[in-house]
Design a protein around this ligand. Structure first.
Ligand code: FAD
Length: 124
């Protein structure tokens, strides 16, 4: 966190703790405590985390699909990857912002891409 950001937050009376978090402790899905690596802890009623999304499956890489700068599968606007016949949409092709409406829209676009490619395929 930059110094000016720290000052802005502290001016609001918010305490900044920069110790590394060891564990979030709670019960029944309710966070109760944050435990730090130095052994200290703070009691809390809730919290926000900043997730760093990443692809959990390697199959696209194994197929030879190129990645985009966000770590998702690189596609054109119709979900086509660099591998013929392989399409991607949603969180597989983007990792931020991950939103249902974007995934649904990309799914539709990929379906249009599949349809277009099949129509153009010559069956011998
Ligand atoms: C905690 C959390 C909160 C969120 N809140 C919101 C919100 O409030 N509003 C919003 O719009 N979006 C929200 N999102 C994002 C939203 O859920 C995703 O953007 C959306 O679900 C992406 O849809 P998708 O179909 O691309 O992927 P998914 O919904 O992840 O579907 C992928 C499917 O593929 C399956 N799969 C994965 N690997 C394999 C494999 N190797 N073989 C077979 N199947 C496989 C998975 O099991 C899953 O069913 C949230 C996400 C998270 C994690």
């Amino acid at each position: 966190m930059k110094t000016h950001q720290k000052h802005l937050i502290q001016k609001k009376g918010i305490k900044i703790i920069e110790n590394r978090v060891k564990a979030f402790v709670g019960e029944n899905g309710q966070m109760e405590k944050v435990v730090f690596e130095n052994g200290e802890s703070v009691t809390v009623k809730g919290g926000f985390v900043l997730p760093r999304p990443s692809q959990t499956s390697d199959f696209a890489k194994d197929l030879g699909c190129e990645s985009n700068s966000l770590g998702g599968i690189s596609t054109d606007s119709y979900g086509r990857t660099n591998i013929k016949g392989v399409y991607a949409a949603g969180d597989a092709s983007i990792v931020a912002p991950a939103q249902l409406i974007i995934a649904a829209a990309e799914g539709l676009q990929a379906a249009v891409g599949v349809n277009r490619d099949l129509i153009e395929t010559e069956f011998l």
